[in-house]
Design a binder for this molecule. Structure first.
Ligand code: ADP
Ligand code: ASP
Ligand code: MG
Length: 473
C-alpha cells in the first residue's frame, strides 16, 4: 500500500544539537521530494540517561534534582529551537509545547520525591520526555526546509502490553491505529515526526519499549505502514565488523542477513536494539543502517538473506554487563531436575538467560544473565537449592560479575569447517583464556565467556584471524 514509503529513524547523536537536527532534517527533506517519508526521532543524546538519573534521585527524596534537570532541559531545547527557527513568531507554539512537557515532568518528579516511590509506570512517563521534547523541534526544523513536519506522539500509534520498561507491541492494533493516523498525513504531503521509544498500553498508559528502543519503534511502524524500506540513521557507517570503539580497524559490512544482524544485536552490538528486526521478518522489508553525519555513504543493508562472503565469519561482538552463575558439585548428577529447577528460577524472575554451558565432567551448569538480574538470581537459586546445599548435594552456587560474552557471528559459518578451531587457536595464541563456550545448533554464532579485561585483546585477535578489516567488499 505504501511501497515507496521510507521510514527514517534518527538516534540521539543524530539529533544531539541544532546543527545535528538541521543535518538530519535535511536528509528527510531531500528524501521527501521523491517519496513519502515518516521520521522517528530519539531524545537528544544523553537526555534519557539524565531523566532516569534524576528520577532515582527523586525516589531517594531529593526534591531539587527534577527541578534542576527541567531547567537544564528548558535551556538546551530552547537554545536548539532558537538556532533552528530564525523567526521568533514561529517559535511560540513549540516553546509552549516544551513548557507543557516540562511542567508535566516537574509534577512527576515532585510526586516521586514526595512519595519516595518510583513505579515502572512513572519511570516510563519520566523517561519518555526526551523523545516528546525532541519531536516538535525536529518538525520545526523541517518547516524551515519547506516541508510540513507534524510532531506525533507514538502513544497515538503503537499499542503495547502493559509491561512497563520493556513493553511488547500488539501488531494488529498498532497497524490499524498507525494507518488511520499516518496515511492521511502522508496523502496530504506532510512528514509525520514520531517519538521513538514509546507506546501506550491498551488502556492508554504510556509505556517504553526498553533502552535503545527507538530502533524498534522504527521497524514496528515501518511494518505497520507497509513501508518500502527503513533507514536507521546513526553515528557510524552501518553495521561494522566489530564495535569501532574497541576495534579501530573495524569495517562497514555492506550487506548482512536479518539473522546475522539479530545475533549481533542480541550479543551486544549497540547499533541495533535486539528486537529491531522482529517486526520486519514477515514482510522482508529491508533495513538500512546509515551515518547521518556522512549521508553520501551507503552504510549497511540488512536483508532477509544477506550476502554471503567467503570464510563465513561476518562480525564479532561482545556483551559486557553480564554475570556468570554456576550451580554445581559432584553430587548434582544424582539430583533430579537440577536444570529444570535452575531455569524455572530464572524464568520466575524474568531474568533472560543469554548463554548456557554444561560440563558433564565437572557436573557444573553455568549460565549468563544481565548484571542487573544477577544478585536476585543468585539469591533465588540459593533458596531453591537450600536443602541440597545443606546436604552438600549441590556444593556451590556462585557468581562472577567480571566476565563478558564474545560472539563470532556469520550465517555461512555453518558450511565452513574449522571456524571454531581457528577461533580458539587465535585466542590461545594471544593468551586469551576461555571460561565457557556455547555454540547453538544453528551454527550462526560461536559464543564464549572471557574475563572482562580479555574482551579487547580477544576481539583484536579474532578480527585479525578472520581478516575482517580487509575482506568486506
Ligand atoms: P543511536 O543513538 O543512533 O541509536 P547508538 O549509540 O545506540 O546510536 O548505537 C551506535 C553505536 O553502536 C556506535 O557509535 C558504535 O559505537 C556502537 N556499536 C557497537 N557495535 C557496533 C557494530 N558492530 N557496528 C556499528 N556500531 C557498533
Ligand atoms: N532515548 C531512548 C534511550 O536512550 C531510546 C533510544 O535512544 O533509542 O534509551
Ligand atoms: Mg541506539
Amino acid at each position: 500500500m505504501n511501497a515507496n514509503l521510507q521510514m527514517m529513524k534518527f538516534g540521539g547523536t543524530s539529533v544531539g544539537d541544532a546543527s545535528c537536527i538541521r543535518r538530519s532534517a535535511t536528509i528527510v527533506a531531500e528524501a521527501a521530494k521523491r517519496n513519502p517519508v515518516t521520521a522517528v526521532v530519539s531524545a537528544m543524546s544523553g537526555v534519557t540517561n539524565r531523566l532516569i538519573d534524576a528520577a532515582h534521585q527523586a525516589r531517594r527524596g531529593d526534591r531539587e534534582a527534577g527541578k534542576a534537570l527541567a531547567q537544564a532541559l528548558r535551556t538546551q531545547h530552547f537554545e536548539a529551537l532558537d538556532a533552528l527557527l530564525p523567526e521568533s513568531a514561529q517559535r511560540q507554539p513549540v516553546r509552549d509545547r516544551i513548557e507543557f512537557l516540562l511542567a508535566e515532568g516537574a509534577r512527576l518528579y515532585e510526586g516521586t520525591a514526595l512519595l519516595q516511590e518510583l513505579t515502572p509506570r512513572t519511570l516510563d512517563a519520566i523517561s519518555s520526555l526526551g523523545e516528546r521534547l525532541c519531536a516538535p523541534l525536529f518538525a520545526a526544523a523541517l518547516s524551515t526546509l519547506g516541508v510540513k513536519g507534524i510532531a506525533i506522539e507514538a502513544t497515538e500509534l503503537i499499542v503495547t502490553d502493559a509491561f512497563h520498561g520493556g513493553a511488547e507491541p500488539i501488531a494488529d492494533a498498532t497497524r490499524s491505529k498507525s494507518q488511520a493516523r499516518i496515511v492521511p498525513l502522508l496523502q496530504s504531503g506532510a512528514v509525520p515526526v514520531v517519538t521513538g521509544f514509546i507506546g501506550a498500553s491498551v488502556d492508554g498508559a504510556l509505556t517504553t519499549l526498553g533502552r535503545g528502543g527507538s530502533d524498534y519503534s522504527a521497524t514496528i511502524l515501518g511494518a505497520a505502514l507497509d513501508a518500502g524500506e527503513i533507514i536507521i540513521w546513526t553515528d557510524v557507517e552501518g553495521v561494522l565488523t566489530a564495535d569501532p570503539r574497541l576495534v579501530s580497524e573495524a569495517r562497514t559490512i555492506p550487506e548482512i542477513s536479518y539473522r546475522e544482524a539479530a545475533e549481533l544485536a542480541y550479543f551486544g552490538a549497540k547499533v541495533l536494539h535486539p528486537k529491531t528486526l522482529r517486526p520486519v521478518l514477515p514482510a522482508g522489508i529491508p533495513v538500512w543502517i546509515r551515518n547521518s553525519f556522512a549521508p553520501d555513504k551507503l552504510g549497511t543493508k540488512i536483508t532477509p538473506k544477506g550476502k554471503s562472503i567467503g570464510g563465513g565469519v561476518k562480525a564479532l561482538t561482545a556483551i559486557r554487563d553480564v554475570a556468570l552463575i554456576a550451580v554445581g558439585g559432584p553430587g548434582i548428577v544424582g539430583v533430579t531436575d537440577v536444570v529444570g529447577r535452575t531455569f524455572s528460577t530464572t524464568a520466575a524472575l524474568r531474568a533472560e538467560v543469554l548463554l548456557i554451558s554444561q560440563s558433564s565432567s565437572q557436573n557444573d551448569i553455568c549460565f549468563i544473565v544481565a548484571k542487573a538480574h544477577a544478585q536476585a538470581t543468585l539469591e533465588a537459586l540459593r533458596k531453591e537449592f537450600a536443602q541440597d546445599l545443606a546436604h552438600q548435594v549441590v556444593d556451590h552456587i556462585t557468581m562472577d560479575a567480571k566476565i563478558a560474552i564474545v560472539a563470532v557471528v556469520g550465517e555461512n559459518m555453518r558450511g565452513t569447517p574449522g571456524v571454531a578451531g581457528r577461533t580458539f587457536h587465535a585466542l590461545g595464541r594471544d593468551n586469551v583464556n576461555i571460561i565457557a563456550i556455547a555454540q547453538g545448533s544453528s551454527e550462526t554464532n560461536i559464543s564464549f565467556v572471557v574475563s572482562d579485561d580479555a574482551v579487547k585483546p580477544g576481539l583484536l585477535a579474532l578480527h585479525r584471524e578472520f581478516g575482517l578489516s580487509s575482506r568486506q567488499e
